[in-house]
Write a protein that binds this ligand. Structure first.
Ligand SMILES: [Zn+2]
Ligand SMILES: [Zn+2]
Length: 159
């Protein structure tokens, strides 16, 4: 006899286990919990830096009636509420992620387009303190590092 552990993030079926957490996250962002919102947030939990299209593909399995337009609507409400962060690397469709509030940055491969999180260059969000803020109250800094990922380097290095 074991008690299901609903709080752990390392469960075998995190998507099923954290439905309560997902609903709580939506509520604490000041939004009403709806089936499409739950489905999109769940899909995003498993797919950091996903496009709306990719999320729509994932959500459609759970909610066959969902439209791409509905997914865009959910993402817009999440982004406005601060529940989700939207990043827009040049030349890529907008990407969405649940990791918010820490001003982390991204590194993008110019070969295959893979995106990874990069912590602030040094210490805790020092990028928010520019040499001269020109009187602005700076709230966010977006840094995107561009380069060739290790796998693409290995592939280009082949004789
Ligand atoms: Zn690559
Ligand atoms: Zn990220």
């Amino acid at each position: 006899m074991t008690t299901p552990n609903l709080s752990g993030g390392a469960g075998l079926h995190p998507a099923a286990a954290d439905a309560g957490l997902l609903a709580g996250g939506i509520r604490s962002a000041g939004l009403k919990v709806t089936a499409p919102r739950l489905a999109v947030l769940r899909a995003l939990t498993d797919r950091p830096h996903a496009t709306a299209d990719a999320l729509f593909g994932a959500v459609r399995a759970d909610l066959p009636g969902t439209s791409l337009q509905a997914v865009y609507g959910v993402l817009a409400s999440f982004t406005t509420a601060g529940l989700v962060r939207k990043i827009e690397p040049a030349g890529s469709p907008a990407l969405f992620e649940r990791r918010v509030g820490d001003n982390h940055h991204h590194i993008v491969c110019t070969g295959c387009g893979v995106v990874h999180d990069v912590d602030c260059a040094v210490g805790h969000a020092p990028c928010l303190t520019p040499a001269d803020a020109l009187g602005f109250d700076v709230r966010a800094a977006e840094v995107i590092y561009w380069g060739l990922c290790a796998q693409c380097q290995a592939e280009t290095a082949l004789p």
